[in-house]
Ligand binder design. Structure first.
Ligand SMILES: [Mg+2]
Length: 291
């Protein structure tokens, strides 16, 4: 046990959403049912099934590649090399690709299957995926109890969430990124969490600067300060997320957050990494580390 450094009275709570509060990766297969539906309506039953199956493969290969890096799986490297070509304009303008764009995954699946789908069908399929995900997603256990505990202390909750990388396609078949469009769609998806019983004061989205860039977090902190109408003492700020490098490293090491909490699905006991960093499979455990 560490001696708690963050006080309830001054605490400000920042949360990642996907795979921290809700099981996004675990809902992807179910959500891909939305893609199947669109392709079944526009083409036929078989096509719907095939596009869905390949989409699910692409997503899981991307997840594995995310964990183990390039060079470990030829299919992963192929996806990325095609992405380099098709998202070249985005990379030129923003310095990075939108690696998790579901529009890109659907388009890539169609390419591989030799299906010629219009851009509108690709957009429609990606929409159907995200809407199904928003409907079907489930909160991880104890999330609601943690929110209740925070609200009982009358402390503010904000969400700091990555871009969904919602893309469009131009006349030459190149992918385009419009941060305002992408952010607007994500905001709609996040608002649906209120219907699941989560209340929050604000959300800051990674369009265009995304995690783990310092500017992403500064944008979120400024949003919170504007909302609270006061400056925030970051030594009493808490960030909770599932990825150390994406969600927690910058707040902890660059911005001096008092506590960062990594949610590790299935972890049985709390691990104290150091005085400002814990890992847990139950986010409610975080409250022990406040005084
Ligand atoms: Mg996450």
């Amino acid at each position: 046990m560490i001696s708690p450094k963050v006080s309830w009275d001054k605490s400000v709570w920042f949360f990642d959403i996907d795979d921290t509060l809700v099981d996004t990766a675990g809902t992807t297969k179910v959500a891909s049912g939305g893609i199947k539906r669109v392709f079944q309506e526009r083409f036929d039953r078989q096509t719907g099934k095939k596009v869905q199956a390949l989409f699910v493969d692409i997503f899981s290969v991307m997840m594995l590649g995310h964990a183990s890096g390039t060079g470990s799986n030829p299919f992963h490297d192929e996806i990325l090399s095609v992405m380099e070509v098709k998202q070249a304009l985005i990379k030129q303008k923003y310095g990075v690709m939108k690696k998790w764009s579901r529009e890109f995954f659907v388009w890539f699946a169609c390419q591989k299957l030799g299906i010629s789908a219009s851009r509108e069908v690709i957009y429609e399929a990606a929409d159907a995926y995200w809407m199904t995900l928003a409907e079907k997603t489930i909160l991880f256990p104890h999330v609601k109890e943690l929110f209740t505990a925070i609200q009982n202390h009358d402390r503010p909750i904000y969400f700091l969430t990555s871009s969904d990388g919602r893309l469009k396609i131009d006349d030459n078949g190149m992918f385009l990124y419009d941060p305002v469009y992408s952010e607007g769609l994500k905001r709609e998806r996040i608002e649906l969490l209120r219907e699941k019983g989560l209340s929050f004061r604000g959300v800051s989205i990674g369009d265009p600067e995304d995690k783990p860039h310092k500017d992403f977090f500064l944008k979120g902190i400024r949003m919170a300060e504007a909302d609270l109408n006061t400056s925030i003492d970051l030594s009493h700020a808490i960030m909770l997320g599932d990825s150390y490098t994406a969600d927690l490293e910058t707040p902890k090491n660059v911005l001096g957050f008092g506590l960062v909490v990594q949610f590790v699905k299935g972890l049985k006991a709390v691990e104290v990494v150091d005085g400002h960093f814990i890992r847990t499979g139950n986010l409610l455990e975080s409250v022990q580390f406040l005084h």
